[in-house]
Design a protein around this ligand. Structure first.
Ligand SMILES: O=c1ccn([C@H]2C[C@H](O)[C@@H](CO)O2)c(=O)[nH]1
Ligand SMILES: [Zn+2]
Length: 146
């Protein structure tokens, strides 16, 4: 049993708000900023990047995961996401799946009703553990199979 991680939620929310600066949301005019604590202490962030072909839009969580991978990978421990007014947002369905890959069931999500674990945000998640063929399954979430 590992101890609950120490999370500076104020700092994480501040990082999510800072990420808003990089949002490209000319169509929805709904900027989103996201930030996450990584198990090595890093904080990674992302912002939504929209497209004239609306469905091609990248949520803030997508660019956050891109930054995670491009700065050394690791496992997400805690996550926060805000709108342009700085209000906490819950990730959309697709992003819940995206976050599960890199945070697993213990990822803590900052929500308007308090901190909730991924098991509540995405119950009965489909994940790496469902790919039973070892050749296809990472050793642990966020770790690519060799
Ligand atoms: O979890 C979410 C949900 C929505 N958005 C973005 C996508 C789009 O640019 C805008 C309005 O849906 O909000 C995110 O970035 N993350
Ligand atoms: Zn999303």
């Amino acid at each position: 049993m590992t101890d609950a991680p120490v999370v500076d939620w104020d700092a994480l929310r501040a990082a999510a708000r800072a990420a808003l600066e990089h949002s490209y949301a000319p169509y929805s005019k709904f900027p989103v900023g996201a930030a996450a604590l990584v198990d090595d202490g890093r904080v990674v962030s992302g912002a939504n990047v929209e497209n004239a072909s609306y469905g091609v839009t990248l949520c803030a969580e997508c660019t956050l995961v891109g930054q995670l991978q491009m700065t050394g990978g690791g496992r997400l421990v805690a996550f926060a996401c805000v709108d342009g007014a700085g209000n906490l947002l819950m990730p959309c369905g697709r992003c819940r799946q995206l976050l599960f890959e890199f945070g697993g069931p213990t990822l803590l999500v900052d929500s308007p009703r308090g901190t909730v674990p991924m098991t509540e945000v995405l119950p009965d998640a489909f994940g790496p553990h469902d790919l039973t063929d070892p050749a296809r399954t990472p050793e642990k979430p966020g770790e690519a199979p060799q």
